[in-house]
Design a protein around this ligand. Structure first.
Ligand SMILES: Nc1nc2c(ncn2[C@@H]2O[C@H](COP(=O)(O)OP(=O)(O)OP(=O)(O)O)[C@@H](O)[C@H]2O)c(=O)[nH]1
Length: 755
């Protein structure tokens, strides 16, 4: 039990018709805070100075102010609330009716009395109507009963039968007959019921269906003091003893009570409604109070987690949180737990509705943080991808390995996305609202784009490198063909070229077909083939500019060298034979030159479709000599026009090259004739060489006498000696080889000529 000194009373409604806040505080301080919905409310109304406070203080152990002495002024103004000394009973002492202290008018005595009485009736389970036996039967005594009966059915739809306890004070059972008196009062009340204006649904309703009326009499306060006190004890027993056959709370349904912490809200709503004289439905008022309380509890549950939400937000802004899920779950659980605990005694329907609101609010508060988390996840994935791709690039692996690794990275990242998204989802029921599937798809799309981009870059790199390889092979082929420069020139070119295409195409197709679809592969291969033909064509045109050089080279090979490739011994040949050789060689070169008048290098035109594979390796590469044959053959399969043959060298260019060749070959021929007829070596007699050596020997000794020669020789000798002594004999040897090599290169031809 609480300390009574702290829990005296609370002034609920003042004499200015104002409801004073603080009921909840009073309830808490008076120790009723935890009584949830197991409590009772008892109010008392009655004439001024009729001993209401005296009765309450006796029966419930309250400490309401009583009138002392002979003063007839009013002590209770408005409504005061106290509690029973032991039980969970709230007691309301209501300002006495017929108050002379209150004026007349709209908000005067009558309005005030009706309002407070009606409030007492609506707010409590038992309304005590305090009467004095002397005043019984007076119109004024019943007026208040009439008013509240009327107001009650007009304004309220009550959830329970209203219980009224009429206490007849100063009852003298020696004079008055209890049964007669109570029957008379009951009849009076039923009479009132018949008089009042009732809504249609109440016309056939009996008053006892709405009001339960009990009676209690108390002895004269002054003349039967002892009996009076014992009456008060008996009355208390009816309130507090469930075993008492007259227990006044018997059968009361406590579930219709709203939790005690919501009483202030209910009181406020009721008083407000009564003041406005609006139609009022008590069960709905209780629902409203529940609603207000559940709303407050919901707000508290949000306030409780606000700090944690802020912290989570800050953390999520700085980085992706691996434990987002758990933290969010714990925040939500904490908030809901608080709500569930605090709202457990409220109306189920409202409780559930408000819980849903709370859940939605938390979800809404979490959503921007979740979004932040997803943004961070995307950034992390992009960063990781970039690192992985940079790493992959730096490894410089083969195309196939690169593509395999790229695929691996993609699969890994996909897993990270799924894991990351679900790590950010605190509850499965958020999945739809937070569009988890859509987010996962979006992230996968971003991943796909990055991977595809890398794939394309790598693919282009690969294709470029392959084109370079093909170009090098074509360069080598053309150089070789020009070097050889025989009548098989175009045939060799064609075979070599098709060989290059075949090998490269097979290799490239093999590499790329497992990573790209059929169409893409065909398209790229066709591009490469087209490029290759372009290379070939350009290279031939470039090389043709050096044709005079190659013609002369080829001429020298046939004219200056024999079949075995050895230099011809002109001295052993007669001049007519040499001339014949010269003319034959020149003729063959002139024939070769004619090969370069027109040519065709073109990719087969139908290589897009099925005919493609067969056609590629029969690319047309022809010069003039084969043109007729080739055209005939080609027409059968490819149907191309003669105009496809491009002019390689026109007649004037051919004539110019021919003339240059004729001049140069003529020069070669003349030189051969000169060589045959004159010989430098043969004209010098052998004895001249002996004389030369003799003079040189003499000169060598004289040079040695010169210190400018001697000292360098001594220095050189010492250097060589030192190297040998220190085991570095290889140094002078290498130096000697170098110098000797240079000298021979420079002087070799000169010496040979002299010889
Ligand atoms: N005759 C009689 N007098 C009583 C009885 N009970 C109390 N009184 C006296 O009546 C006077 C008023 O008592 P209160 O208890 O203050 O009456 P009240 O109805 O609370 O007064 P208000 O709150 O001012 O309306 C006091 O002088 C009491 O001693 C009773 O049963 N019979």
């Amino acid at each position: 039990m609480s300390d009574q000194s702290q829990t005296q009373y609370h002034h609920l409604i003042d004499d200015q018709c104002q409801l004073i806040p603080g009921l909840t505080n009073f309830i808490r301080q008076s120790g009723l805070g935890q009584s949830h919905n197991s409590y009772n409310i008892v109010s008392i109304i009655g004439s001024q100075n009729s001993g209401k406070s005296t009765l309450l203080n006796r029966v419930f152990g309250t400490n309401f102010q009583m009138l002392s002495g002979s003063s007839r002024t009013q002590t209770t103004k408005g409504i005061w609330v106290s509690r029973d000394k032991e039980q969970n009973i709230l007691i309301l002492d209501v300002e006495g009716s017929n108050s002379r202290q209150r004026g007349k008018g709209e908000k005067g005595s009558e309005f005030y009395e009706r309002s407070t009485a009606l409030f007492a009736l609506a707010f409590s389970q038992i309304l005590i109507i305090n009467c004095n036996s002397l005043n019984l039967g007076h119109e004024s005594e019943y007026s208040i009963i009439k008013i509240i009966m009327e107001m009650n059915i007009r304004l309220f739809r009550s959830d329970q039968v209203k219980q009224m306890l009429i206490i007849i004070r100063d009852f003298n059972d020696e004079v008055d007959n209890f049964k007669e008196v109570t029957d008379s009062i009951r009849n009076e009340i039923y009479g009132i019921w018949g008089e009042i204006q009732k809504p249609p649904e109440f016309v056939n309703v009996q008053p006892e269906q709405i009001f339960k009326i009990d009676f209690f009499t108390s002895s004269h306060f002054q003349y039967q003091r002892q009996k009076f006190e014992s009456d008060m004890v008996q009355l208390r027993d009816r309130f507090i003893n469930p075993g008492n056959p007259y227990n006044l709370f018997k059968g009361y349904n406590y579930n219709t009570n709203i939790p005690i912490e919501a009483l202030e809200d209910l009181a406020t709503t009721l008083w407000d409604t009564i003041q406005k004289n609006e139609d009022l439905n008590l069960p709905n008022q209780k629902l409203q109070a529940s609603q207000v309380r559940c709303l407050k509890i919901k707000d508290q549950a949000i306030d409780l987690i606000n700090q944690d939400l802020q912290k989570l937000k800050q953390d999520a802004e700085s980085n992706y949180l691996m434990d987002f899920n758990e933290r969010a779950q714990s925040i939500v659980t904490r908030s809901l737990h608080h709500y569930d605990t605090e709202s457990q005694y409220y109306v189920e329907k409202i409780k559930i509705e408000m819980r849903k609101v709370l859940n939605d609010e938390i979800k809404t508060a979490l959503y921007p943080i979740f979004n932040q988390q997803i943004t961070s996840l995307q950034q992390n994935i992009k960063k990781d991808l970039k690192n992985n791709l940079d790493n992959l690039d730096s490894r410089n692996t083969s195309f196939k390995k690169y593509m395999d690794d790229l695929n691996f990275i993609k699969q890994q990242s996909k897993q990270v996305i799924t894991q990351g998204v679900y790590q950010s989802l605190p509850f499965n029921e958020y999945k739809a609202d937070w569009e988890i599937v859509k987010i996962e798809n979006q992230l996968n799309k971003v991943l796909e784009e990055i991977i595809n981009n890398a794939r394309e870059i790598q693919f282009v790199k690969y294709i470029n490198s392959q084109e370079k390889t093909i170009k090098n092979s074509i360069d080598a082929l053309i150089s070789n063909c020009f070097d050889t420069l025989d009548s098989q020139f175009w045939e060799s070119m064609k075979q070599g070229f098709n060989q290059i295409l075949k090998e490269n195409e097979n290799r490239i197709r093999d590499q790329i077909s497992q990573f790209f679809d059929h169409n893409r592969v065909d398209k790229e291969i066709n591009n490469i083939l087209f490029q290759s033909h372009q290379f070939l064509q350009d290279d031939i045109q470039k090389k043709v500019r050096e044709l005079p050089y190659y013609l002369l080279k080829r001429f020298k090979r046939t004219f200056l060298k024999d079949e075995k490739g050895l230099t011809r011994k002109w001295k052993e040949l007669e001049e007519p034979a040499i001339q014949q050789l010269f003319l034959d060689s020149r003729k063959s070169i002139e024939d070769i030159l004619q090969e370069f008048t027109r040519f065709k290098v073109s990719a087969p035109q139908s290589h897009q479709n099925n005919a493609r594979m067969n056609d590629i390796y029969s690319s047309v590469v022809v010069g003039k000599a084969q043109m007729n044959d080739e055209v005939r053959q080609a027409r059968q399969s490819l149907d191309f026009q003669n105009e496809d043959f491009a002019v390689l060298l026109d007649t004037s260019q051919i004539n110019k090259i021919k003339q240059q060749f004729l001049d140069e070959s003529e020069e070669e021929y003349n030189q051969v004739l000169r060589q045959r007829n004159t010989s430098f070596n043969a004209n010098i007699p052998k004895w001249m060489w002996v004389v030369l050596v003799f003079f040189m020997y003499d000169d060598v000794l004289r040079w040695m006498a010169n210190p400018l020669l001697l000292y360098p020789i001594i220095l050189l000798g010492s250097f060589i000696g030192l190297c040998i002594a220190t085991g570095y004999q290889s140094i002078p040897k290498i130096l000697f080889q170098q110098i000797f090599g240079q000298v021979t290169t420079l002087l070799g031809p000169l010496l040979l000529k002299i010889k």
